[in-house]
Design a protein around this ligand. Structure first.
Ligand SMILES: [Zn+2]
Ligand SMILES: [Zn+2]
Ligand SMILES: [Zn+2]
Length: 247
């Protein structure tokens, strides 16, 4: 099975069988992906990097590191120290995976915008390493989930974001890399930890990855778009409207 980041600077092969997908809602995984994390895993002897120019590692805890692409910011890997295996974001695998979600972890840390929204007058956002901190007026606007190939590659699963006026953000700390997407947009991520932060469309529209905001957000997930490009390893069961394309 093959996988890659969005820009192609990181490519790999993973030889099945791959472990079923585990979903994690912990704060680290939420900031890394911009929504929440879904990963399979494979022993290292069945994993091969075929293109690693873009690969960056961030030591996210005393016992593990996270791999992302320095070129496009795609969230790709999680690797625990001292174990002969690597976790791979399921959304960066190409084509049919035949996998399914088997476990959900750290639901107590899940975002309020896809569980139970809590009131929020001001939103605070940050990346995983702390090099980026910003605030903007709350509550978070309606949250849209996007399952297009670009969002899947960059987030590692699928994206969830809300629109905001870029000028309404106040940055207390800022260290951003921007990836120019094929559609003319710019995708902002932290070059140190790889956290997904924002997207600026070719038309100037600006959206923030919902997982970058610290709870409470006051936002609510509203719909799913580009479900025609959805990964085969998950189902959408929340009852929200689904659209094959934009709408
Ligand atoms: Zn890349
Ligand atoms: Zn960071
Ligand atoms: Zn998308």
């Amino acid at each position: 099975m093959q996988g890659s980041c969005h820009c192609g600077a990181v490519r790999f092969t993973a030889t099945p069988p791959l472990r079923p997908v585990f979903v994690c809602h912990c704060t680290q995984c939420r900031k890394t992906s911009g929504h929440f994390w879904a990963a399979t895993s494979v022993p290292l002897d069945r994993f091969q990097l075929t293109h690693s120019d873009g690969l960056r590692w961030y030591r996210s805890s005393a016992t593990a590191r996270r791999g992302f692409c320095g070129g496009c910011g795609a969230s790709l890997f999680w690797q625990p120290d001292g174990e002969d295996r690597i976790s791979i974001a399921a959304g960066v695998l190409d084509g049919q995976t035949g996998l399914h979600i088997a476990e959900e972890w750290f639901l107590q840390d899940a975002g309020d915008y896809y569980t139970t929204p809590e009131p929020a007058e001001q939103l605070t956002g940050s990346c995983l390493c702390g090099a980026n901190h910003f605030t903007l007026p709350g509550p978070m606007g309606p949250v849209g989930a996007c399952h297009c190939t670009q969002c899947r590659k960059l987030s590692g699963h699928y994206s969830a974001s809300f629109d905001a006026e870029e000028a309404s953000l106040t940055w207390q700390q800022k260290s951003i890399a921007e990836y120019a997407t094929p559609g003319g947009g710019r995708r902002g991520f932290c070059p140190t930890c790889g956290a997904s932060l924002y997207f600026r469309g070719a038309d100037g529209g600006f959206s923030i990855e919902a997982g970058a905001i610290d709870n409470p957000t006051g936002g609510q997930l509203e719909s799913h778009i580009f479900t025609a490009d959805k990964g085969d390893y998950y189902d959408l069961t929340d009852g929200l409207p689904q659209f094959k394309g934009w709408d």
